[in-house]
Design a protein around this ligand. Structure first.
Ligand code: SAH
Ligand code: DHB
Ligand code: MG
Length: 222
């Protein structure tokens, strides 16, 4: 099976299972026009995030890594009208475009885009005694994944679902010859996840329009 076939299957799933959506298509078009890298989740992955938030019955969602707000919009659409989503973004241009995209999607009332280094925003949320989140999506700089997991746990409660994107990196995660900071970040994240008694974790590889990658899912126990 080759790359072309894998992409064809992703396209087929996205066509079959993800309704055509001009709001989300426009988000990607505006993001590309603004020169943002196309590292948003794929449509069928966005729908997975939406379904997981629905299954969890999430009322409060935290996202680390906004880009143009594509995954943000998928997640926020799963919220009830009195729900909320906080998304953290270090790049002011990305944050600005994301706010515009979120407004176009009619979700400004439930989404706050917080500009700044995610670790600093997380630290502040903990200091402010922010209520726990029901679902956390970690998708920013991969070398900080261990910090993001630590801080996310401080903003979690029993039942919180923590999803982390890009944990496979074209297989580099399991290649002992590779010790790039992003890969080390993913490995340390897994070490933390499996040694922390509060977390139950698995990981799934994905192929398709975003290449060979994957995500982890954890649930926080009592
Ligand atoms: N979740 C998005 C993709 C995020 S790409 C989607 O699927 O649509 C990763 C984003 O994390 C980029 O916008 C990048 O600017 C941001 N980022 C990188 N380092 C960061 C940091 N230290 N704090 C906050 N955001 C960061
Ligand atoms: C890349 C992909 C992502 O989904 C992401 O969040 C960050 C980087 C990448 O392919 O480089
Ligand atoms: Mg990602």
């Amino acid at each position: 099976m080759n790359e072309e076939q894998r992409i064809a299957v992703d396209d087929y799933f996205s066509r079959m299972l993800v309704s055509s959506d001009t709001v989300l298509e426009d988000v990607l078009e505006r993001s590309a026009d603004a020169g943002l890298p196309a590292i948003n989740v794929a449509p069928n992955q966005g729908k997975l995030l939406y379904l997981l938030a629905k299954i969890r019955g999430a009322r409060r969602i935290l996202e680390i890594g906004t880009l143009g707000g594509y995954s943000t919009i998928w997640l926020a659409r799963a919220l009830p009208s009195d729900g909320s989503l906080v998304t953290l973004e270090v790049n002011a241009d990305h944050a600005r475009l994301a706010r515009k995209n979120i407004q176009t999607a009619g979700l400004s009332g439930v989404v706050s885009v917080v500009t700044g280094k995610a670790v600093e925003s997380l630290e502040k949320m903990v200091a402010d005694k922010t209520a726990p989140f029901d679902l956390v999506f970690i998708d920013a700089d991969k070398e900080s994944n261990p910090d993001y997991l630590r801080w996310s746990l401080r903003l979690s409660a029993p039942g919180t679902v923590i999803i982390c994107d890009n944990v496979v990196r074209r297989g580099r995660v399991a290649d002992p010859d590779i010790d790039d900071p992003d890969v080390l970040g993913v490995r340390t994240f897994f070490k933390q996840a499996c040694t922390d008694a509060r977390l139950d974790t698995t990981a799934i590889q994905t192929v398709g329009s975003k290449g060979w990658d994957g995500f982890s899912i954890s649930v926080v126990s009592g």
